[in-house]
Design a binder for this molecule. Structure first.
Ligand code: 8ID
Ligand code: ZN
Length: 354
């Protein structure tokens, strides 16, 4: 394939200072380093993490100025000298949250690269996918088969991957029940589809009629509305069929309450998996019942390269059909406003060309 023409500048959404605003403007296109690729991003999902990054919600500084975004799907247009022949110009590829890692520490060697102390984070410590040309370490790009739609695969690159990994980390087995908290949002919707494909029974927890209907359409057997339930703990336990509570609880909500409630309804010997990261939040559980019920509480953080391929494979086999809406990159702030108002059902994907 002849080398595509790469412009010297491009449109991007740029954060100049923590707290925002984002500014839609022209910035230079960067050249990839020796072990990197340059990807012409076509579509990028918008994750709540992008909003946390802009607002400075977490005890980890971002680069500034910053181009956010870490669910980018596009086409490889340039590669550094050290990149092998297994990546060709014209290949379809994804940029995910983990933009790169050292590949030689004990975590990287064991397939736990998200734990690498030298990890680079797309749209956080390095520029991400809310621009037309984005860079990633070649070893970490997601390989996207060419017959798959770049628009619909974009949300798999973080929401799908993270939800799938969280379900694996829960160790819930086919036939067992998981409570998915924050099920109406981007990660939650994906978790519903992966859980269904993995043979799990699902209790979805979120707020509002629209999210309730969406959750049921995506595979939830029961929907518990946290905004109207008078006794959430009782309702979730009752929804677990034998009344003992779900075998696993996966927490995607961007509020602290669920992180302090889950231990009250998870089943004895059950597992609580924390994935959502609300600002300044703490997990709380009574020591006595955590001990005598042998409860496990753990975190789960994106996924490794193998998890990425597996998550894409579920999608490629037609098992993952979480809803998304497309909007121009120029309208990113509107997505953030809806996210803050909790009115997004599923995911927004930005079309980076407009
Ligand atoms: O690797 C990771 N751990 C990882 C990866 C990607 C994203 C973690 N995250 C984090 C994000 O940074 C964010 O904190 O997961 C969280 C969820 O991301 P998202 O799915 O992109 O957010 P969303 O689309 O806004 O969905 C959040 C849902 O939570 C519901 C909301 O109604 C919304 O549907 N929710 C809230 I806020 N409070 C709730 C409550 N008390 C609740 N649902 C149930 N009970
Ligand atoms: Zn994300």
């Amino acid at each position: 394939m002849s080398a595509p023409k790469i412009p010297s500048d491009q449109l991007a959404q740029v954060i100049d200072k923590t707290g925002g605003p984002i500014v839609y403007k022209r910035i230079p296109v960067q050249a990839p380093g020796p072990d990197e690729v340059l990807i012409n991003v076509k579509y990028s999902g918008v994750c709540h993490t992008d909003l946390h990054a802009m607002m400075g919600d977490w005890p980890l500084e971002t680069k500034l100025p910053l181009v956010g975004g870490h669910e980018g799907a596009g086409i490889v247009v340039a590669k550094g000298q050290l990149v092998g022949n297994d990546i060709q110009i014209g290949d379809h590829a994804g940029i995910k949250w983990l933009n790169g890692s050292c590949l030689s520490c004990s975590y990287c060697r064991q397939g736990e690269e998200p734990l690498c102390a030298k990890g680079l984070l797309s749209g956080y410590t390095v520029d991400g996918t809310f621009q037309q040309y984005a860079i990633a370490k070649a070893a970490h790009i997601a390989r996207i088969p060419k017959h798959l739609s770049l628009e619909s695969i974009a949300p798999i690159l973080c929401a799908g991957l993270t939800a799938y990994k969280g379900l694996k980390e829960s160790e819930a087995r086919p036939g067992q029940t998981v409570a998915i908290v924050g099920a109406g949002g981007g990660l939650g919707n994906m978790a519903l589809q992966y859980a269904k494909a993995m043979g799990l029974r699902i209790i979805a927890v979120d707020g509002g009629k629209e999210k309730g209907e969406a959750c049921k359409a995506l595979g939830a057997e029961t929907f518990v509305d946290f905004q109207t339930s008078k006794d959430l703990v009782k309702d979730i336990k009752a929804a677990s069929f034998d009344g003992l509570g779900p075998h696993a609880v996966i927490l995607f909500a961007v509020s602290e309450g669920p992180f302090q409630q889950a231990a009250s309804y998870v089943r004895p010997h059950g597992t609580i998996v924390c994935i959502g990261m609300p600002a300044n939040a703490f997990i709380k559980a009574p020591v006595f019942s955590t001990v005598v019920h042998m409860i496990r509480i753990k975190g789960s953080y994106v996924g490794n390269r193998q998890d990425t391929d597996e998550a894409i494979d579920f999608f490629a086999r037609g098992l993952i059909k979480a809803p998304y809406k497309v909007i121009g990159l120029s309208e990113l702030q509107k997505v953030y406003n809806m996210m803050e108002d909790m009115t997004i059902v599923g995911r927004y994907v930005v079309d980076v060309s407009r």
